[in-house]
Design a protein around this ligand. Sequence first.
Ligand code: AMP
Length: 114
Amino acid sequence: MPDTIFTKIINREIPADIQYEDDDVIAFNDIEPQAPVHILIIPKKPIATINDANDEDAELLGKILLAAKKIAKDKNIAEGGYRLVINTNKDAQQTVFHIHCHLLAGRKFKWPPG
Ligand code: AMP
């Protein structure tokens, strides 16, 4: 897949406000936050969309959720609650084609989502 802006963040070619990193995933503040807490958690392996993930990516996808859990605990939002969102393709308004999980918190969210 072609490089995206997120590959540049992983490679430190452009700056990001990094909140968490380990060998497999990195998380940074969204540049256009939609809630008081809005962090993007991405795999370092570039995978364009969830549609492109394979069985071999199962552990990596799990690591994204476990990173979300760790970040939520560190930010003291675990008990109050938070929303995890993975937009996929155009109907969901995915704009960056490198899988990312939005971690949103700090306000009440509506359901169904817009
Ligand atoms: P999505 O619409 O699900 O593809 O979300 C892409 C997200 O990436 C949006 O919320 C953007 O605000 C965010 N974004 C785009 N460029 C950057 C950047 N350089 N640093 C941080 N967040 C970004």
